[in-house]
Design a protein around this ligand. Sequence first.
Ligand SMILES: C[S@@+](CC[C@H](N)C(=O)[O-])C[C@H]1O[C@@H](n2cnc3c(N)ncnc32)[C@H](O)[C@@H]1O
Length: 261
Amino acid sequence: MNISSFLGDYALIDRIDTLVILEFVLQKDRAWILAHGDYELNAKQQQKFEQLVKKRVNGKPLAYIIGTKEFYGHDFYVTKDVLVPRPESEAFLDLLDDYKPLPSQSLIDVGTGSGALGISAKIAYPFIQVTATDISKHALKVAQKNAAHLNVDVKFVRSDLFSYIDFKYDYIFANLPYVPTNFDVSAEVLSEPSIAVFSGQDGLDCIKMFIPQATQHCNKLGYVFIESLKIQHKKVKDLANNYNLKLVNTNNLVQVYQKTN
Ligand SMILES: C[S@@+](CC[C@H](N)C(=O)[O-])C[C@H]1O[C@@H](n2cnc3c(N)ncnc32)[C@H](O)[C@@H]1O
């Protein structure tokens, strides 16, 4: 079969997913694929294509199939050990931009997964000190590989929240697990690590433990960025208020709190 017939008739998955899988199998870019509709896949390519489509049909995230995901303009390696970085988490970086970090400042990304947030912050502000942590050693390996590949100097620490962190920071990023355990989620989300996704009955177990620790590790007038579901925002705000963290900004799922004293 040629490229046009795959793109035209292949109704098993989205056209865009078909295109991405074709790019991966043929190791050609989008423009080449679209310009070579009459290119005939050889038997090996066709078999590979069909195997990958089958995985996609069974709910495997596209990013796990091709091994990468673009986030904030950078390509991150991803494996089944990390959450696939989501476009809505780019709000962390857009919000950080509002505060214009200074060279003497520092940032910690708690629960870094693939490293997407901390590494993107370091690329945007190379002069700030960035630390990234995760409870999962497998996730940290992926994040370290991404830092090396994107050529940034980020310090990685394996830690349950702040348990192995002694310092205070000007910016704290937290995209921790926040999905309630009884939520109906897609097959794609179910194939991501459950420690990266679920967090107790109301989804807030991890964030409830994080907030009191975050306030201790935040410099005065520093900022704590937390992603959660919109329906959780009020609860998170009430909790944060109890720990001298005042809501100062929101962008979609991400709330920013300032440490008041
Ligand atoms: C929702 S994922 C987010 C990953 C990444 N920050 C992103 O935005 O793509 C949450 C991450 O938090 C980590 N995590 C879960 N519980 C943790 C804890 N107690 N301490 C540190 N990291 C934790 C998970 O291993 C996972 O990598």
